[in-house]
Write a protein that binds this ligand. Structure first.
Ligand SMILES: Cc1cc2nc3c(=O)[nH]c(=O)nc-3n(C[C@H](O)[C@H](O)[C@H](O)COP(=O)(O)OP(=O)(O)OC[C@H]3O[C@@H](n4cnc5c(N)ncnc54)[C@H](O)[C@@H]3O)c2cc1C
Ligand code: FES
Length: 254
């Protein structure tokens, strides 16, 4: 296990962001990868919890998580100055060799796409980003949208909010496509709830595009040993931790 010092903490309702110092992880992390964090100093809960990397820069990286159960509740109790035990960076990453990119983020799927957007911009690749939330309780996540410069940036919510496009990310994509073509070769990257990814898999607008999705699964080990993270693929099972979490959309079965 590696150690990371929590150097910053921000909490907004059920969302917590930690900035951590750990050069070993920060210097080698790429967008799409995750860490497995020990949430307790005892054996209960036993399993580490997987969290995507929000950004990495110099000696620092960050994670952003939603408190959904016991593990994340315990983790949220840590404060600046505490030390995390963790494994990582784990998994593969998104492809960066694209001429331009369209990023589709749903809810906390913004985490790894935030890192991807920052990285693509740094290497001079033009990005557009559509970000959708289900209701106003998630609005704080819009802070993690990345300025797309010349690209298009859209924010949508399924619940009605004044001044915000109302609908799902699929509705936002269809609306985007009425004013903007998605040129051949565009790298499309999606991360969000399974229902969103399933809807994108069937969508004719993405039929001829290379689409990569990041999957979530309940994980035991995080590095290919326990096989708890199996997800149905077109050609047998995919192991989300060791073969993913990023997969070509065409390889995933729903
Ligand atoms: C590669 C990867 C990256 C992730 N990145 C993030 C992230 O950046 N931010 C974030 O908030 N969450 C992320 N998750 C989900 C996060 O790992 C779970 O929410 C967390 O492990 C729940 O732990 P818990 O003990 O609080 O909840 P539990 O008490 O274990 O479960 C509470 C609820 O969460 C569901 N759940 C538990 N584990 C997972 C899981 N791995 N995936 C989906 N649902 C789960 C359970 O089915 C249950 O409904 C990621 C998961 C994976 C696999
Ligand atoms: S989590 Fe153990 S094999 Fe993937």
């Amino acid at each position: 296990m590696k150690k990371a010092l929590v150097t910053g903490k921000r909490r907004d309702g059920n969302l917590v962001e930690f900035v951590c110092k750990c050069p070993e992880i920060a210097k080698s992390a790429v967008p799409g990868q995750f860490v497995m964090i020990s949430v307790s100093t005892t054996l209960d809960p036993f399993l580490n919890r997987p969290l995507g990397i929000l950004w990495a820069e110099g000696d620092y990286f960050s994670v952003l998580f939603e408190i959904v159960g016991r593990g994340t509740s315990l983790l949220a109790q840590l404060e600046k100055g505490d030390t995390l035990s963790l494994l990582g960076p784990l998994g593969n990453g998104y492809s960066l060799d694209v001429p331009r990119a369209l990023l589709l983020a749903g809810g906390r799927g913004i985490v790894t796409l935030h890192f991807l957007a920052r990285t693509l911009k740094e290497i001079g690749i033009s990005i557009s980003m559509l970000f959708g939330i289900q209701n106003r309780s998630e609005i704080v996540l819009s802070r993690y949208m990345v300025n797309c410069a010349k690209g298009v940036q859209r924010f949508c919510c399924e619940e009605e909010i004044s001044g915000v496009f109302q609908g799902t990310i699929v509705d936002a994509l269809e609306d985007y496509a009425t004013v903007q073509t998605i040129p051949e070769g565009t790298g499309v990257f999606a991360c969000g709830p399974e229902g969103m990814l399933r809807a994108l898999a069937r969508h004719p607008l993405l039929e001829n595009h290379r689409v990569e999705v990041s999957l979530e699964a309940v994980m035991g080990c995080g590095f290919g040993v326990c096989l708890s993270c199996a997800h149905k693929g077109r050609d047998g099972y995919l192991h989300v931790c060791s073969e993913g979490p990023v997969f070509p959309l065409s390889e995933v079965a729903w």
